[in-house]
Design a protein around this ligand. Structure first.
Ligand code: GAR
Length: 222
């Protein structure tokens, strides 16, 4: 039998990255199986999308926990454990996590952020990239640490910033690369293809000669 890693995706919104992960995992050779989608927002459009794919869904509404972040996370953690989840992928999950959940899922919790970290943590990343005049922008998949949009970087994808870009056109280009790198990152984590060397994520099959550029995706490099 296959040993696909049971994976949960946590969302708050439309779930386009969730859909990219589910689509990749339809292939039975993909090392992760998407077993559950959980949202903290009951009306998140991504929930209906997950159901169309035939994936089990759950809602843990943070508003029911009266600002007690850890109580919210305990409820979330219980659902993940009840479902035998091994890896958690945050995909537009817009809640700051406390050390409680981060530590409970240490090295098994990944996130996608729409910027080349450590630049542009937080919100409105495309607006700020344009304001700063950067020429390269992109997205990052990383293991989650207790700080916001922080933690060892698994894969980055870069896109050019064009002179006539608006936050919308730039965001669309970045989202396309998000949909490419997130399945790659989940595949690497679920298959044991990467490991941590202090703060760096390195490839397990590349011990001696680290010449790999597999952590980087860009239309520029084609
Ligand atoms: C994505 O762009 C994701 O990178 C971002 O939210 C969007 C969710 O879209 N996440 C963050 O900003 C986390 N700091 P989606 O629901 O269509 O995947």
């Amino acid at each position: 039998m296959s040993e696909r890693k049971k994976t949960a995706i946590l969302i708050s919104g439309r779930g386009s990255n969730m859909s990219a992960l589910i689509s990749a995992a339809i292939d039975p050779r993909f090392p992760a199986e998407i077993a559950l989608v959980v949202s903290n927002v009951p009306e998140a459009p991504g929930l209906a999308r997950a159901e169309e794919f035939g994936i089990a869904t759950a809602v843990v509404d943070h508003k029911e926990f009266a600002g007690d972040r850890e109580a919210f996370e305990r409820a979330l953690d219980a659902i993940l454990k009840d479902n035998g989840i091994e890896i958690v992928a945050l995909a537009g999950f817009m809640r700051l996590l406390t050390p409680y959940l981060v530590n409970a899922w240490s090295n098994r919790l990944i996130n996608i952020h729409p910027a080349l970290l450590p630049s542009f943590k937080g919100l409105a990343t495309h607006e700020r990239a344009l304001e700063e005049g950067v020429k390269l922008h992109g997205a990052t998949v990383h293991f989650v640490s207790a700080e916001m949009d922080d933690g060892p970087i698994i894969i980055q994808g870069a896109v050019p910033v064009l002179d006539n870009d608006t936050p919308e056109t730039l965001g669309k280009r970045v989202l396309e690369i998000e949909h490419q790198i997130y399945p790659k990152a989940l595949e690497l984590v679920a298959s044991g293809g990467v490991k941590l060397r202090e703060r760096r994520v390195v490839f397990t099959d590349n011990e001696t000669e680290d010449t790999s550029a597999r952590g980087f995706v860009s239309p520029l490099s084609r």
